[in-house]
Write a protein that binds this ligand. Structure first.
Ligand code: HEM
Length: 287
């Protein structure tokens, strides 16, 4: 068979292998990997909110015990208030995840990763990178379709309500048909994804030719381990926080949060209206 015919027979990914390999590596870090930092920080606010924001919601009648629920509610409302959120979701999250997962599965199935370049990578990490990738695809699909698109998988995954954020997330992790097994599923999948990201960060430096020597790969490995451990801490705090939160008690705090928020808004706009009234009366008197 001539070379021309052989070239014609290879598919698009094979013909542009080096470019796609780099784009695949990049997309795992920006935007997907970077997204993990704010995402897990927001989710773990159910725990750190209690410690850091104990007095922040006192004017709304919420004490330190309810500050985790109030902080998470506040964070979710901030995200939902971002302009053009749906475009950010589609172009910064869903499409890059689709690309990264699709190409990743293709590489994993065809063995197109250049193993010889990972000569120093332990075998088990090579295997776990692929396994965590497959598990991650399943998890992210179920996670986003349930929490964002409202699929509840026949009662397995109760859906999320942005105006009752903590209580609905606690219900999602505890009160579906699998009970607390859903929280266990989350813990396994999220830790797998954290490993996938931290190990991917390490291999990406090889892909991009940044860490060439064994010593450089070792040093970068220490940084990646630290990144992975920090994210794992945030992941454990998130799952533990929602798996142990009483949804009924959280709902009471959310109701208090929403009612006082509404009252404060009404008072603020009444204040603005009366200030505007005084100003126009003053202007009238001046004329
Ligand atoms: C500790 C475990 C996690 C919890 C409790 C959690 C919680 C949530 C919540 C509540 C939402 C809906 C956000 C909203 O509508 O405001 C969401 C969306 C999402 N999560 Fe997670 N998450 C976790 C882990 C992860 C991981 C490891 C990933 C991997 C990348 C991930 C990816 C996403 C994506 C892509 C969305 C859709 C975001 C959007 O479209 O706005 N999550 N998550």
């Amino acid at each position: 068979m001539s070379t021309a015919v052989a070239a014609k027979k290879t598919n698009f990914i094979d013909r542009h292998y080096h470019l796609i390999r780099r784009l695949h590596s990049l997309s795992g870090i920006v935007p997907i990997g970077l997204f993990l930092f704010p995402h897990l920080t927001t989710n773990s606010s159910i725990m750190w909110g209690k410690a850091l924001n104990g007095a922040k919601f006192a004017d709304r009648g919420i004490d330190a015990a309810g500050a985790g629920v109030a902080t998470f509610q506040h964070e979710v409302e901030f995200i939902h208030g971002l302009p053009a959120l749906i475009f950010i979701e589609i172009f910064v999250l869903w499409l890059p995840i689709l690309f990264h997962a699709g190409v990743g599965v293709y590489f994993a199935k065809t063995g197109r990763f250049n193993v010889s370049r990972y000569a120093y990578q332990d075998n088990w990490r090579y295997v776990w990178q692929r396994l965590s990738g497959y598990l991650g695809v399943l998890f992210i699909f179920m996670h986003v379709s349930s929490l964002r698109w409202g699929w509840n998988y026949g009662g397995l995954m109760p859906t999320f309500h942005a105006d009752a954020a903590a209580s609905s997330l606690a219900t999602h992790l505890q009160k579906g048909s699998a009970g607390l097994l859903m929280a266990a599923f989350y813990l396994v999948c999220v830790l797998a994804l954290v490993f996938h990201f931290a190990n991917g960060l390490w291999t990406a430096a090889i892909t991009w030719g940044v860490t060439v020597s064994v010593a450089a790969q070792k040093r970068w490995g220490q940084v990646c381990t630290l990144v992975g451990l920090s994210l794992a801490g945030a992941a454990i705090a998130s799952v533990f926080g929602f798996a142990t939160l009483d949804p009924a008690k959280a709902q009471v705090i959310e109701k208090q949060y929403q009612e006082t928020k509404l009252r404060n808004e009404v008072q603020a706009s009444a204040g603005q209206a009366s200030a505007a009234g005084i100003e126009s009366a003053h202007e009238g008197a001046m004329r």
